[in-house]
Design a protein around this ligand. Structure first.
Ligand code: TNX
Length: 477
């Protein structure tokens, strides 16, 4: 029998409440059964499949199994409880989603599960990661594999940055040149590429993510970051003249033309298409870094475009620059800068808009860890693991307090990425740090505790072939 080295609370994100019973434990071995209510049979099958890998044997599903999955409507939707004694593991979720998060906790503790009771639920409803497919494309299969890794840390939204100056990465029927030209060979930064998701592939990613209780948040970035549109469709430029492909990493030079009716026909077609294939509630319209859009044009453009997600049944999200204009009621503002304050974001919060915290100097996974990092940028400074962990979203911006926060997101821009190994190197171990900031109550977390708990993931990542950064801040031995 493997030695009992783990404590019940050795989980990331750290649970809200942990009551160990040190004398008890339950060891999962081949043949240990899972019993479930019918509504949770999908979660049970997932658990059995993962445990089978852990114990290298079969985990049958059926009545009488010692691992019991149940739903408990008295719990909040994403909440779960895990109770472990010498003879059983009982997992209850408020919904299947809560149960699935409980399963993630159990999988981190398996095979020798310490005795006691965990009661857990998230601090924020939006716990996000972002992947930029525009600067470097990743395939549907690669995105799905990434979803699996995110879900382990109870991340429940994956924001896909689908369009930018370099490339356009989602098929839009009626606008075939977006992808045939701007999703073709050489459309990544430095000529990498090609790639785009067909609508069928996008739907497959959305469905797979849903099976991991992760909601896809599509972003079509506008009115800036649109050189790929203008390169594919010169009729949409101000003078109708063609513009060259751009695969450098400059920002802020392109803009949809606010004074041209064709712009809005294009935008509405795109938003309707994306809304139609997106079951999740959000549609991100970008709005960042419009350095070449006159302020009046920016206002004109957004006043027409921000209501469109709502028209097609979605809630608009935009980078916090959108807070400079009057926002439709449900619009969500995503703060991304490094400054200590932002008046417009604070005003939006005061008006009742929800805010997603993604300050670059804390949550940007594309920042270098330190001066020696071979991948990443450094415009927001270096973001070591402690910097990504040791902050609180409710303290970040004056005027944006706990009630205003929808949640936290960790964006990964892909200018310097070329492979899945590159994604993983920048994601681990910082994403788990940010996941804990987003899930765990403030009172339950501390850097010293996180630092100890994350070390256990080194051997697991190695066994799974995941490329993580062995930060010197952590004692991996
Ligand atoms: C700023 S963050 C951008 C992106 C870049 C990123 C690189 C934001 C809303 N815009 O266009 O990829 O910096 O870190």
């Amino acid at each position: 029998m493997p030695p009992l080295t783990k404590q019940l609370g050795d989980v990331i994100p750290v649970p809200a409440s942990v009551r160990p019973v040190p004398a008890a434990s339950f060891t999962i071995i081949p043949g240990t059964g899972v019993s479930t209510v019918p509504e949770a049979s999908g979660v049970a099958a997932y658990l059995a499949g993962e445990l089978a890998k852990t114990v290298d044997g079969t985990i049958p599903i059926g009545p009488g199994g010692a691992i019991v999955l149940e739903l408990d409507p008295a719990l909040a939707a994403e909440a779960y409880t895990l109770a472990v004694d010498d003879t059983s593991v009982r997992l209850r979720g408020g919904t299947r989603q809560g149960l699935f998060w409980g399963v993630q906790t159990l999988l981190q503790l398996a095979p020798v599960v310490p005795g006691g009771v965990i009661e857990d639920e998230p601090r924020y409803e939006y716990r996000g990661a972002m992947l930029d497919l525009a600067r470097h494309f990743f395939t549907a299969g690669e995105i799905k594999a990434h979803v699996d890794l995110l879900a382990q840390f109870k991340i429940n939204h994956l924001h896909l940055h689908l369009t930018d100056d370099q490339g356009w990465r989602l098929e839009i029927p009626g606008w075939p040149l977006l992808t045939s030209v701007s999703g073709g060979e050489g459309t990544g930064v430095d000529g990498a590429g090609p790639g785009f998701l067909t609508l069928a592939e996008y739907a497959d990613v959305v469905a797979y993510a849903a099976s991991r209780f992760v909601t896809i948040v599509p972003e079509i970035d506008m009115p800036g970051h649109v050189n790929a549109v203008h390169h594919a469709y010169p009729a949409l430029t101000a003078d109708g003249e063609p513009v060259p492909r751009r695969t450098d990493a400059e920002v802020g030079y392109s803009s949809l033309v606010a004074g041209k009716e064709e712009t809005y026909a294009f935008v509405e077609d795109v938003i309707r298409t994306v809304a139609d294939v997106t079951p999740g509630p959000y549609l991100h319209i970008g709005g960042d870094e419009c350095l070449s859009t006159p302020a009046e044009d920016y206002r004109t453009f957004l006043s027409r475009v921000l209501p469109l997600p709502g028209k097609y049944g979605k809630r608009a999200i935009g980078w916090h620059e959108i807070a400079a204009v009057d926002l439709p009621e449900a619009a969500v503002v995503q703060f991304w800068r490094i400054e200590a304050a932002d008046e417009n974001t604070a005003r939006a919060a005061a008006e009742g808009h929800r805010i997603i915290m993604a300050p670059a100097d804390r949550t940007y996974l594309d920042m270098k860890y330190d001066a020696d990092s071979k991948l990443g940028l450094d415009w927001a400074g270096h973001v070591d693991v402690r910097r990504s962990y040791d902050w609180d979203p409710a303290d970040r911006l004056p005027g944006v307090a706990e009630e205003a926060l929808l949640g936290v997101e960790a964006p990964l821009w892909s200018e310097t990425l070329r492979s899945v190994a590159d994604i993983q190197y920048l994601t681990f171990p910082r994403l788990p740090a940010i996941a804990e900031v987003a899930w765990s109550p403030r009172s339950a977390r501390s850097w010293e505790s996180f630092r100890g708990r994350i070390a256990a993931f080194g051997p697991r990542w190695e066994a799974a072939g995941i490329n993580y950064y062995r930060s010197p801040e952590i004692d991996w031995s």
